[in-house]
Design a binder for this molecule. Structure first.
Ligand SMILES: NC(=O)C1=CN([C@@H]2O[C@H](COP(=O)(O)OP(=O)(O)OC[C@H]3O[C@@H](n4cnc5c(N)ncnc54)[C@H](O)[C@@H]3O)[C@@H](O)[C@H]2O)[C@@H](O)CC1
Ligand SMILES: Nc1ncnc2c1ncn2[C@@H]1O[C@H](COP(=O)(O)OP(=O)(O)O)[C@@H](O)[C@H]1O
Ligand SMILES: [K+]
Length: 480
């Protein structure tokens, strides 16, 4: 499990460790991890040209000492200091290792112009966890001079809001972010996560004790996690040796309509992933004929352990929600049914809006949701007293108490019509199999993204391909 920690928590953990280590040891660990990551990306050292953008703090210090490691291996390293108080030990060490140091803008810098504007790679050591969101003009100007060059961000892409994943104003967009000790929220949550590129964690020995909530300071707070393959494997329902179809759980689908029969098929395809014992379809008769033709194992209405409601339900959504709520079993509320999500209060439920649907549910603009994914998912979870799975590039699953998980599997090819219907069915199957709404939503979202990535290896995908790839993803996790 990846757990993001706040800046405050990182500082506290760092204090514990600093007290036990010789001065500078922690920075050397970080810089070594960073330096080797840069070497990996460069593929070779001798004669390659790397630019360090160095701010006033320890983030710049990490960049400078990584530059020392690179210079010793034959990389031509140049550092542009963006402040006249850059890490002095790091500056001296880089000079001693043969690196070129260009002072901060001013009289001295005018006398010593940067050697060139062409580099193989830029290391962003402008600011890390000590940075305020946004960039100062000198940083913006320096980045503009090397636009188009691959960027490795030190700890965080400078300019993003580390603890919320928000992006207000100019920021670095990296190809790789090398972070230290633990992930931070900005590595998981969009839009900041998009600015990170790939994220590599370097272990520097930081330890985190006690509850994460301990040091939380905002009203809507709580741990932020990202499931990994092993976590999903551990949570996946598997048939007991003496299982029969009813003990494995029955999932019911109330989706699709005469106008949208395809939604019934796709919702059922997600539910019929094999993770529950049986699938029932209870919807439009014409859609039911199509469902039976495509999925002969699907049966008609009856008792279920979870309902999936709303994908393509059209005018039937309100009635489908009402009848499902009356059953008292956990439910997935998707698409057309989200307009009636208020009536599920007090029942275990997973609401699965995309950003536009969540904006309507909260009466805000879609752009607001897309600027602050976590905050809006948490707000909706609390307001609707349900688990909210806010779908997007990095989907966010939030509980009413603020705990949240971010899905990092997936591919942009998944942005295809009907993909959400498959997801709803899959989450319903996991609910029916006995997972609680938070686990069902986050495990389902992880599997859905992984299945899309697998299917997309053969080329562009449609929603049905995602459902078809689910068994192979499950097999890779838990074996046949
Ligand atoms: N905390 C830890 O556990 C470790 C931290 N290390 C490094 O230290 C970094 C944190 O260092 P610092 O606390 O010195 O903080 P930073 O280096 O992130 O920023 C320091 C200073 O930058 C200036 N600043 C703030 N916002 C700015 C902006 N938007 N534009 C330009 N300048 C701005 C401020 O004067 C601030 O004090 C981490 O991100 C990491 O790279 C590592 O060396 C090792 C371990
Ligand atoms: N850019 C993206 N990268 C990865 N996954 C995406 C992206 N955009 C959307 N998705 C995923 O694709 C699915 C789309 O679902 P949804 O918006 O409900 O579409 P539909 O209503 O057509 O089924 C969601 O699971 C969402 O997380
Ligand atoms: K940085």
């Amino acid at each position: 499990m990846i757990r993001a920690h706040t800046v405050e928590q990182v500082r506290a953990a760092e204090d514990d460790l600093l007290a036990r280590l010789p001065e500078g040891a922690l920075m050397q660990r970080a810089a070594a991890g960073l330096g080797y990551a840069v070497l990996d990306l460069l593929g070779s050292a001798y004669g390659r040209r790397v630019l360090l953008l160095v701010g006033s703090g320890d983030n710049g210090g990490d960049a400078l000492y990584a530059g020392v490691l690179l210079a010793r291996r034959g990389v031509q390293v140049e550092a542009w200091l963006l402040s006249d108080t850059a890490h002095s030990g790091g500056v001296a060490a880089l000079r001693a290792a043969g690196g070129r140091v260009v002072p901060a803008p001013g009289a001295e810098a005018d006398a010593q112009r940067p050697s060139r504007d062409r580099f193989d790679l830029v290391v962003d050591g402008i600011v890390g966890i000590g940075g305020r969101p946004g960039l100062r003009p000198e940083a913006v100007a320096a980045l503009a001079r090397v636009a188009g060059t691959p960027v490795v961000a030190v700890d965080t892409p400078s300019g993003v809001d580390v603890d919320t994943g928000r992006v207000d104003g100019p920021h670095v967009t990296a190809d790789l972010t090398v972070t230290f000790g633990t992930h931070k929220a900005c590595h998981l949550l969009d839009p900041a996560a998009r600015a990170c590129g790939a994220v590599q964690l370097v272990d520097i020995g930081l330890g985190f004790r006690g509850s994460q909530a301990r040091t939380s300071t905002t009203e809507f707070s709580g741990p932020i996690e990202a499931l990994q393959a092993a976590d999903v494997a551990a949570l996946l329902p598997r048939p007991a040796p003496d299982a029969h179809k009813y003990t494995r759980g029955v999932v019911g689908v109330r989706a699709g309509s005469a106008a949208y029969p395809g939604a019934a098929l796709l919702s059922v395809a997600g539910a019929a992933s094999g993770l529950a014992g049986m699938v029932r379809y209870d919807g439009d008769p014409a859609a039911a004929d199509l469902v039976r033709a495509a999925h002969p194992e699907v049966v008609g209405p009856g008792r279920v352990q979870a309902w999936v409601v709303g994908s393509g339900s059209d005018a039937g959504a309100e009635d489908a929600v009402r009848r499902s709520v009356a059953d008292g079993v956990p439910m997935v509320v998707d698409a057309d049914a989200l307009a009636f999500a208020g009536t599920t209060r007090g029942r275990p439920a997973v609401l699965t809006p995309h950003a536009g649907e969540l904006a309507r549910m909260l009466d805000v603009e879609r752009a607001d949701v897309e600027a602050r994914w976590l905050e809006h998912a948490r707000l909706a979870a609390r307001r609707y007293d349900a688990v909210v799975l806010l779908k997007g590039r990095h989907s966010v699953v939030a509980r009413p108490d603020g705990r949240a998980r971010v899905t990092t599997t997936g591919t942009p090819w998944l942005a295809t019509a009907g993909a959400g219907d498959v997801l709803g069915g899959l989450v319903g199957a996991l609910l029916a199999a006995g997972l609680d709404p938070f686990d069902a939503a986050s495990v389902g979202s992880w599997l859905h993204g992984a299945a899309a990535t697998l299917a997309a290896q053969r080329g562009p995908i449609v929603a049905g391909d995602v459902a078809a790839a689910l068994p192979a993803v499950v097999a890779a996790l838990v074996g046949p």
